[in-house]
Design a protein around this ligand. Structure first.
Ligand code: ZN
Length: 281
């Protein structure tokens, strides 16, 4: 299943993508796609629905984030060896973990806002996943059974705020609109191998990032296993898994986003995103 949220920002409704590509309204069957929506029971109930019986959403559709406000939005840094190299950082011996403030989450095609004081705004196409069932100290063999589905994340990053001060990366990863998610979450049953997905990001029509989840240092199962030994992963938590090479910081000379730039990104089977960069009003 492809599950989404559609409608005006802050007033999204739950939806599901039908075989013909149309969006069908799930409002009669659930309040929203929040943390509880991703349990096996909830997904089984949704998969039993006859999509043809659901109202078709007509006209231009705005997608919101496919999950409403996760409890935790965790990110992994330097999870591709070639991206670590372009960042001038060593390949980590264990996953580099940081957070993104859940308040940074926005729809996949919403404008990305350059916050006041930002000078080094950058892009990162990433595979993200949502937790379906509580995970505490789970084995690697069992890890993927806790993942409900997958989506695209643009881990928008302010490099000066991330790196040039002191302390944790969360500072450069969390401003409003720094977390476009979606357009939908593809449930795990339709993503048999999360380590066989191609990723790309185009800046103003030019391909700047190309990669495959095949070259992740720590694959999804390892990440769930590792994180679950340090903290409880709860239903609805979102984890984004790191970016392949080609970010602006790694260009020679570096390239940073400016108002009017357009980012288009995608992952095989998970759809596409498109964001225009705008100055803070
Ligand atoms: Zn990232």
């Amino acid at each position: 299943m492809k599950l989404c949220r559609f409608g005006p920002a802050g007033a999204e409704r739950p939806g599901i993508i039908a075989a013909d590509g149309s969006v069908r309204d799930l409002s009669a069957h659930m309040l929203d796609l929040d943390a509880d929506a991703w349990s096996a029971a909830s997904l089984a109930r949704l998969s039993a629905l006859d999509l043809d019986s659901l109202p078709r959403v007509e006209g231009e559709v705005r997608f919101g984030s496919p999950i409403r406000r996760p409890g935790h939005f965790i990110a992994i840094g330097l999870n591709y060896a070639d991206h670590a190299a372009e960042s001038g950082m060593p390949v980590p011996a264990e996953p580099v973990v940081f957070s993104k403030a859940p308040s940074c989450i926005c729809g996949p095609d919403d404008a990305v806002i350059i916050p006041k004081g930002s000078t080094k705004l950058d892009w990162e196409v990433e595979l993200a996943f949502v937790i379906g069932t509580r995970a505490w100290q789970v084995s690697e063999a069992d890890a993927l059974s806790h993942v409900a589905g997958y989506m695209i994340c643009n881990d928008v990053s302010e490099r000066a705020w991330q790196i040039e001060g002191t302390g944790q990366w969360i500072k450069g990863k969390s401003a409003p609109t720094f977390g476009p998610l979606g357009p939908w979450i593809v449930t795990s049953d339709e993503v048999p191998d999360p380590q066989a997905l191609d990723l790309y990001l185009d800046l103003n029509g030019t391909r700047v990032q190309t990669g495959s989840t095949r070259t992740m240092i720590f694959p999804v199962a390892t990440l769930v296993h590792f994180l679950s030994h340090k903290m409880v992963l709860e239903p609805g938590d979102v984890i984004t898994t790191g970016t392949p090479p080609g970010v602006g910081m790694g260009k020679k000379p570096p390239v940073y986003l400016k108002a009017g730039d357009v980012m288009q990104l995608g992952i095989s089977g998970l759809g596409t995103q498109r964001q225009t960069v705008v100055a803070d009003a």
